[in-house]
Design a protein around this ligand. Structure first.
Ligand SMILES: [Zn+2]
Length: 140
């Protein structure tokens, strides 16, 4: 597969999907949760809420079977995974060592929603070579 540089650029996220994502992270409090954002090129068109199979305040786990099933659904819509989101119920929106270690691919954006403060904050990252870099996400 050719490295497609357009896939490491800005991600365009419709406001209603951003709201759904934040709602999902709030519903799961006090525990961490996660999900996928898929679409075509760099524009998100679907959200896939995943259920963490462990209830933990700063860790989440989703089995390979669940991920594979969701990936099939995404492919059947001719979409690609653009971002993986997860929540930080009590920490700022900064990738942890574990987050960096377990991130599957550099072109997939890591999006972290922090519920630490009264107002929700969230940030996008590119993870590569054990480091994280800011990834622009534009709400459309
Ligand atoms: Zn994390």
């Amino acid at each position: 597969m050719n490295w497609n540089t357009s896939r490491i650029g800005t991600i365009y996220l419709p406001a209603r999907l951003k709201e759904k994502m934040i709602q999902h992270t709030r519903e799961c409090l006090p525990y961490e949760t996660c999900g996928l954002l898929s679409g075509t090129t760099n524009r998100v068109s679907s959200i896939w809420k995943l259920e963490s199979e462990i209830k933990h305040r700063y860790r989440y786990f989703v089995s390979k079977d669940t991920v594979d099933k969701t990936m099939k659904d995404i492919q059947s819509k001719q979409e690609q995974v653009l971002a993986i989101y997860h929540s930080h119920p009590t920490a700022p929106p900064v990738p942890s060592k574990e987050d960096i270690l377990h991130h599957p691919e550099p072109h997939i954006c890591m999006l972290i929603v922090s519920l630490q403060a009264k107002s929700t904050t969230w940030k996008g990252y590119t993870i590569a070579h054990g480091h994280y870099y800011h990834r622009p996400i534009v709400i459309v």
